[in-house]
Design a protein around this ligand. Structure first.
Ligand SMILES: Cc1cc2nc3c(=O)[nH]c(=O)nc-3n(C[C@H](O)[C@H](O)[C@H](O)COP(=O)(O)O)c2cc1C
Length: 187
């Protein structure tokens, strides 16, 4: 698939099944990620790749967070939540490891990691894989960061679920770039 076709036809795939990316595909996805633009060459991106049983560790974090907020959560709720970590063969946790007190502000470093995630999304599509970028409460809970091995200053940018599409690709939205264009105000 050529680059422009991948860029203009990518869609998120919420339901994913086996097989996940091969080791070679995984390397290609991460190689695409680290070619994202990065102001100051700070290389803020960090990736945790979870496959197979490794995903149970993410399920543990999800369940731990639920129990912290809701100590009496029933076993069904706990199991349902754990299932979210297992909904795709592979999960890449993308985190911005922020360099503090730097002339490149934290928000630009987070954007660079967002661009890296988007490179993964497009590369996955080009390889015929399905992918879905999720954040949810987990990404914004400061207590979760140390459980993932990061500091309070850092930002979880996304959980990228990867696998084989289990559903037909949805159709592209009926949109044109024109509707997003604006004029620069005069004066
Ligand atoms: C930073 C970020 C976080 C997101 N988090 C979620 C999420 O937690 N749950 C969800 O259903 N969609 C989430 N989305 C949206 C989906 O990834 C997807 O972009 C959206 O469903 C639109 O589908 P499309 O990519 O095919 O246009 C997120 C997107 C971004 C950019």
């Amino acid at each position: 698939m050529d680059t422009l076709t991948a860029l203009t036809h990518r869609v998120s795939v919420p339901r994913l099944t086996e097989p996940g990316p091969t080791p070679d595909q995984l390397r290609q996805l991460l190689a695409a990620a680290i070619r994202a633009p990065d102001h100051g060459m700070l290389r803020p991106w960090r990736f945790i790749v979870l496959q197979g049983e490794q995903r149970e560790r993410l399920a543990d974090v999800m369940e731990w967070r639920l129990l912290k907020r809701q100590p009496d959560a029933d076993p069904n709720a706990r199991e349902n939540l754990r299932g979210k970590a297992l909904r795709a063969p592979t999960v890449i946790v993308a985190v911005a490891e922020i360099t503090e007190n730097h002339k490149i502000p934290a928000w630009e470093q987070v954007l660079a990691v967002g661009a890296a995630v988007q490179n993964i999304m497009v590369a996955a599509h080009a390889l015929g894989l399905g992918a879905m970028w999720r954040t949810g409460d987990l990404a914004n809970d400061p207590d979760v960061k140390p459980r993932l091995g990061f500091a309070d200053k850092d930002q979880v940018v996304g959980f990228v679920y990867l696998g084989t599409p289990a559903v037909e690709p949805k159709s592209l939205p009926d949109e044109t770039p024109d509707q997003f264009l604006r004029e620069l105000p005069r004066g």
